[in-house]
Design a protein around this ligand. Structure first.
Ligand code: AMP
Length: 193
């Protein structure tokens, strides 16, 4: 099964992606995680994207696309995978289509819906949990607002691409982790909510 978990920053994609993947035995492919890893290791890619990520911007489509294409081509992704944080622009949907041309298309795009005031509260909460080890370099208030702006401008249109293909399933992301997970599993079963 080839899945995309889609939604704004702070919607809980990372947590839910890990559970969905564990239940299916498929790799969790998070471009944010892979890019943070590159920054931490100081690779040429990491040096290129560090500043952009710290400011809450999107790294160039070709760079994010290359990271995903390489990851999807590995043997453990042959049975399926879940993409978390990709595609994030309409151009990236096209890069993904090309990367999947020989394996098979995306089966389902799960979209976590969370109102913006809720997201800001959640992200600011995470920003203030630095001493518990969860703080990220891009979790300052200014950066959080920039990431939400970027989401509305560049990423939200991706939903329309998949809606037009009949692949989009919307899920209320405001509940507890367990409640949202149950809704995601239901959406994947195709059962009514
Ligand atoms: P995330 O962990 O998904 O919130 O991603 C953290 C940061 O990594 C984002 O704010 C972007 O700077 C960068 N990033 C992750 N995925 C992508 C992507 N698909 N396209 C461009 N930039 C990305």
């Amino acid at each position: 099964m080839r899945l995309v978990l889609f939604g704004p920053p702070g919607a809980g994609k990372g947590t839910q992606a890990a559970r969905l993947c564990a239940a299916r035995g498929i790799p969790h492919i998070s471009t944010g995680e892979m890019l943070r890893e590159a920054v931490k290791s100081g690779t040429p890619l990491g040096l290129q994207v560090k500043g952009i990520m710290e400011q809450g911007g999107l790294v160039p489509d070709e760079l994010a696309g290359a990271v995903v294409a390489e990851r999807i081509a590995r043997p453990d992704a042959a049975r399926g995978f879940l993409l978390d944080g990709f595609p994030r622009t309409v151009a990236q949907t096209e890069i993904l289509d090309r990367a999947l041309a020989h394996s098979g298309p995306i089966d389902c795009v799960l979209m976590l819906e969370v109102p913006e005031d809720f997201l800001i509260r959640r992200l600011l909460g995470r920003a203030n949990q630095g001493d518990r080890g969860e703080k990220r370099a891009d979790d300052s208030e200014e950066t959080i607002r920039e990431r939400l702006r970027v989401y509305q401008r560049d990423t939200a249109p991706v939903a329309q691409v998949y809606e037009a293909r009949g692949l989009l399933r919307r899920v209320d992301g405001t509940g507890t982790i367990d409640q949202v997970y149950a809704l995601l599993e239901q959406a994947l079963d195709g059962r009514p909510r």
